[in-house]
Design a protein around this ligand. Structure first.
Ligand code: AMP
Length: 575
């Protein structure tokens, strides 16, 4: 009975898009021919990144060099990664996980992230990753929506989970990385489980459509949605590692993205290891000198980072970098937000390299539109679509627009790493496909030479330091603060973060806005949602502008903040 339920569920994931593609005969249009790393029909990402690399003679090659914030260092070969991920696959099977169950990793960047991620995928468990700074609401929304069966975390995060545990009836196990003994029947010690588990695991044959990785992404309305991928996505992740990142066997690759974000899994785990590349990972936070030391001392040859990080580096005194010899560095890439032309010229001067901007999103699973070595850069443009990817600028009515006209950035469905569902929300998934196109939610234009230029989002989602923040989630959290009657949240331009979170609030009678209330509000959003979502600025209004149906008019708030014209306000209820 249970098995049936799961079968039906996984079929439903793929259905809306499969049906559409079948109708249009497009399913095979963008599919890559099977590359040599797909052997005997085995698409399992966990297997490809570990066992296959060992079978190809890389058992003793360094896979992971993990550098802790306090000088700790862990080095794993592909042989170690194969063993540890196999043990973890066995751990999950022994604790009762089966294919299609959902498991989350809620950890900072420590080595266990990598072994558990690949181990869970080997066991065909749907594997989600969470930012370690998520607050209770953010956790509850994601774990609850996905009906997660288990979570791997550390002792210091346990309290947060226990506070929401009773609202998560499906959560059967919490596994802790850093306790020497099991804490309770359902709060288990990873070291104990790993010790007892077999070091070998025969990964079941995994079809390309088997669900794999789950990342939650924020929209401008409603709760975050789980973007579900399948094992086939490794085809494009692997291909872009060569075609875009130009990775070669002896490269040392450093992707600075957190694993809570899709870049951290697609390019901080899967793409490089699917081709046997050594990766450096740093467990500490941003620090200009520390980062440059890593680039130099680890002899990093290819570096994938984000515009905010580059802009932070740009603010440092140029002398800070003069002592560093970056001659090993071959290529630098960035993703997540628009890359300003000034950053590109800074990169040329200080890093001695072009910085290649890459555009993609959680839903696309891999790089789609991109600059890359060999393609002349037009500073400020995101480059051109990857081979085999059809992009277009489309009007709301579905007409493909001419060069230089701004409209919806769309992709022709059917590429290998396309998401297969918004988990549990097939209706929302369906809405993303219109007029035969996948609507990315971004606006852009294409110039005559085929380069794409990002113009903005077509929704209210805020992109702060490369992280998408839902104004709805922040507004909801603010309403829980005593004294706040209404709230409206927008993204406003910011030199460093691209956009900052700005909150407008209206107070209840008898309350006054002061430093203490502001701190309370900040802390509350940080605890409930995440530090990234915490407003940088507050503005107090008498009323929050809403339309007749009660929808917050964020467009009006934005115009108010920027001092620009709000356009048509005839539907406003209050201003
Ligand atoms: P996420 O799904 O969190 O990775 O966010 C994807 C969104 O980030 C895209 O839809 C864009 O709005 C933005 N984004 C990603 N890469 C770029 C880029 N290179 N230039 C401009 N915006 C980007």
């Amino acid at each position: 009975m249970k098995k049936n339920a799961k079968d039906i569920r996984s079929k439903a994931f793929a259905e809306p898009c499969e049906a559409m593609l079948a109708k249009k005969g497009e399913r095979t249009l963008n599919m890559s021919a099977n590359p040599s790393f797909i052997q005997n029909g085995q698409y399992n990402i966990g297997h490809i990144c570990t066992r296959l690399q060992c079978d190809q003679g890389l058992s003793n090659k360094t896979a992971l060099r993990w550098l802790g914030a306090h000088g700790e260092r862990v080095e794993w070969t592909f042989g170690d990664l194969e063993e540890k991920s196999s043990r973890f696959a066995n751990v999950l099977q022994k604790t009762g996980f089966s294919a299609g169950d959902v498991f989350f990793i809620f950890l900072p960047k420590i080595p266990e992230v990598f072994s558990s991620f690949l181990g869970a995928l080997k066991a065909r468990v749907i594997t989600g990753t969470l930012f370690s700074n998520f607050g209770e609401d953010a956790l509850l929304d994601r774990l609850g929506d996905a009906k997660a069966k288990g979570i791997l975390t550390r002792k210091s995060y346990l309290k947060k989970l226990l506070r929401i545990r009773e609202k998560l009836p499906d959560l059967k196990f919490i596994i802790l990385t850093d306790v020497p003994e099991h804490q309770a029947e359902d709060i288990l010690s990873m070291p104990v489980l790993m010790q007892a588990a077999s070091p070998s695991f025969e990964t079941p044959l995994t079809t390309p459509d088997t669900p794999s990785v789950l990342h939650y992404t924020s929209g401008s309305t409603g709760k975050p949605k789980g973007v579900l991928h399948c094992h086939r996505s490794v085809l494009i992740q692997n291909r872009t590692a060569t075609e875009v990142l130009h990775l070669q066997p002896d490269d040392i690759f450093w992707c600075t993205a957190d694993h809570g974000w899709v870049t951290g899994t697609s390019y901080g785990i899967i793409a490089p290891w699917s081709m046997g590349i050594t990766q450096v990972h740093f467990g500490g936070a941003y620090d200009a000198v520390e980062w440059f030391k890593i680039l130099v001392e680890q002899r990093v040859t290819a570096w994938y980072t984000a515009p905010t990080a580059l802009r932070m580096l740009m603010r440092e005194e140029p002398a800070t970098f003069s002592q560093f010899d970056l001659s090993k560095l071959r290529h630098v890439f960035s993703v997540g937000e628009p890359l300003n032309p000034e950053v590109i010229s800074w990169g040329k001067k200080v890093l001695g390299h072009d910085i290649y901007d890459t555009w993609w999103q959680t839903e696309t699973g891999a790089i789609m539109i991109t600059n890359r070595p060999g393609l002349p850069i037009k500073p400020g443009s995101m480059g051109k679509p990857l081979t085999g990817i059809e992009a277009a600028i489309v009007s709301d009515k579905g007409e493909v627009l001419a060069d230089n006209q701004q409209g919806n950035l769309c992709l022709r469905p059917g590429w290998d790493s396309m998401f297969i569902s918004y988990f549990q929300h097939a209706d929302v998934y369906r809405q993303k496909f219109r007029h035969g196109w996948y609507m990315t939610g971004d606006t852009a234009n294409r110039d005559r030479e085929g380069y794409y230029w990002f113009r903005g989002r077509s929704d209210d989602v805020i992109n702060t330091a490369g992280h998408l923040v839902s104004p709805f989630e922040v507004e909801s959290a603010l309403l829980e603060v005593e004294g706040i009657a209404e709230s409206g949240v927008i993204g406003a331009p910011d030199d460093l973060l691209w956009e900052k979170v700005v909150a407008f609030v209206a107070l209840r009678k008898g309350y006054e806005w002061n430093r203490s209330l502001e701190l309370k509000a900040r802390l509350h959003v940080s605890n409930r949602v995440s530090t990234m979502a915490t407003p940088q600025e507050f503005k107090v209004l008498e009323n929050i502008p809403k339309n007749k149906s009660g929808k917050i008019m964020r467009r009006v708030l934005k115009a108010k903040y920027l001092g620009t014209d709000a356009g048509d306000v005839s539907t406003l209820d209050s201003i």
